[in-house]
Design a protein around this ligand. Structure first.
Ligand SMILES: NC(=O)C1=CN([C@@H]2O[C@H](COP(=O)(O)OP(=O)(O)OC[C@H]3O[C@@H](n4cnc5c(N)ncnc54)[C@H](OP(=O)(O)O)[C@@H]3O)[C@@H](O)[C@H]2O)C=CC1
Ligand SMILES: O=C(O)CCC(=O)C(=O)O
Length: 428
């Protein structure tokens, strides 16, 4: 099994370890996931054929609480990817000081090729396969790439059937009608927006003088693009898996959202441009071209490994906000640092999703539900407080913001490891 992605993720940890007096025990433990499950999920397709899919769930570390992390449906899902995503969740939850550890799950498939009924059978089959690995006090999944509230609803229902009791707190990102939280659907983009606004204020930049390019136009990317547009930023380019569109004067993001929802492709927005006078003046561009645009802010909001040793030199953006998990490799980090690009790291920037998931879990367990303004106020307070702390550590220790975020998280993890004791009885 390749461990390339996890080893690269671990490199970020090694840099932070130089700045925090962490015991050898802690650093050794953090190199390995606590438990990794691989399952086969046989489902009957609509045409009667049987097909077996491979699924994964990884619980990386639960020292600070039950593990938490999304479920991804994507052709590129592997054990290495899921372990890396679970590693990042561990540090993300610690950066936000959530009483949770890190996990992640996924199924290797292209969900666009399945019907709705096939997707439901697959989602329920996945929960059948991992039911003994998850639970409201053990491991709580949520949405990630190509999964959504409808899928979370099926999964919660399946788990409740298996346990013979209604169990809303086993999964977050559910539809509101099944115990979902207000604001979870926009939480990742919203949290990133709060961080971006707080950091731009520090850098004395106004929205009107700032251009932005956003890669990925799904749950995370479309929400932050819209919030930036509403706040007066000039969002000049957006993209999805098929490519992107560019307009130097700035895109009309509400119209792009409308067309993307009806056509499923950003490029179709371009092709149908004449339908709407607001969006008839675009150029198309590839994802590679988008990443290299001369903009002030670049927001990768799609997949990992988008900026690597091969293309980091071409990146011109002064500020990069990682809304995706792991969009920049550690080798690319070094190149960007030499070019003085300021990278705001994923484990801080995209933590709004898991923070509101935590709120959803709290609401499910208490039975008391919060309003949207209450959710967003709590999110803003928590994520901006931690962003300020990460910024302060980076200034004080003269280190990249990514390393500062790991230092911040490591201190909390180490404190929990120490408080728990050595558990020396494990060592024979
Ligand atoms: N959802 C959440 O709560 C959280 C998500 N994240 C991270 O944010 C990122 C995006 O997730 P999310 O928005 O939820 O996922 P979605 O499934 O909602 O959207 C994914 C978007 O990325 C696009 N995309 C897929 N492949 C590529 C590619 N190769 N190049 C460019 N764009 C591509 C998709 O295009 P198309 O529409 O054409 O398929 C789609 O627009 C992931 O890294 C995820 O882990 C992080 C924290 C929380
Ligand atoms: O909402 C959650 O619990 C997890 C979200 C997630 O998968 C992520 O932050 O990458």
């Amino acid at each position: 099994m390749s461990r390339a992605l996890l080893l690269d993720a671990n490199r970020r940890l090694e840099k932070a370890l130089k700045h925090v007096p962490i015991s050898d025990d802690t650093s050794e433990r953090l190199q390995f996931p606590k438990a990794s499950l691989k399952v086969s999920i046989p489902i009957r397709l609509d045409d009667g054929a049987l097909r077996v899919f491979e699924g994964y769930r990884v619980r990386y570390d639960d020292t600070r609480g039950p593990t938490k992390g999304g479920i991804r449906f994507h052709p590129g899902v592997t054990m290495d990817e899921v372990q890396s995503l679970a590693f990042w969740m561990t540090f993300k939850c610690a950066v936000l000081n959530l009483p949770l550890g890190g996990a992640k799950g996924g199924i290797t498939l292209n969900p666009k090729e399945l019907s709705k009924f096939e997707l439901e059978r697959l989602s329920r089959g996945y929960i059948d396969a991992i039911a003994d690995f998850i639970g409201p006090d053990v491991d709580i999944p949520a949405p990630d790439v190509y999964t959504n509230p409808m899928i979370m609803g099926w999964m919660m229902d399946q788990y409740s059937i298996i346990r013979r009791r209604r169990s809303p707190a086993v999964i977050t990102g559910k539809p509101l009608s099944l115990g979902g939280s207000q604001g979870r659907d926009t939480a990742t983009g919203m949290g990133a927006f709060y961080v971006l606004q707080a950091m731009m204020a520090k850098l004395s930049r106004s929205p009107e003088e700032t251009t932005v390019a956003v890669q990925g136009f799904g749950n995370a990317g479309s929400v932050i693009a819209r919030l930036l547009f509403d706040a007066g930023y000039r969002v000049v380019a957006v993209s999805d898996s098929q490519g992107g569109i560019y307009c130097a004067r700035g895109l009309d993001i509400p119209s792009v959202q409308q067309f993307k929802a009806s056509t499923r492709s950003i490029k179709a927005v371009y092709c149908q441009g004449s339908v709407c006078s607001l969006i008839n003046d675009y150029d198309t561009l590839t994802n590679a071209e988008l990443l290299a645009l001369d903009v002030d802010i670049l927001v990768p909001a799609a997949l990992e490994n988008q900026i690597t040793e091969a293309n980091a030199d071409a990146v011109q953006a002064r500020y990069i906000f990682e809304v995706a998990n792991g969009p920049i490799t550690s080798a690319a980090d070094r190149i960007l640092a030499a070019k003085h690009s300021l990278v705001f790291p994923d484990i801080l920037v995209n933590a709004g999703g898991v923070t509101v998931s935590y709120f959803e879990w709290v609401q499910n367990r208490s039975g008391l539900y919060w309003s949207l303004p209450e959710v967003n106020q709590r999110l803003q307070h928590m994520i901006v407080t931690e962003a300020e702390q990460v910024w302060g550590i980076a200034q004080e220790l003269a280190m990249p913001l990514r390393t500062a975020a790991y230092v911040h998280a490591l201190k909390r993890l180490e404190s929990a490891f120490n408080a728990k004791g050595t558990r020396a009885y494990y060592v024979s």
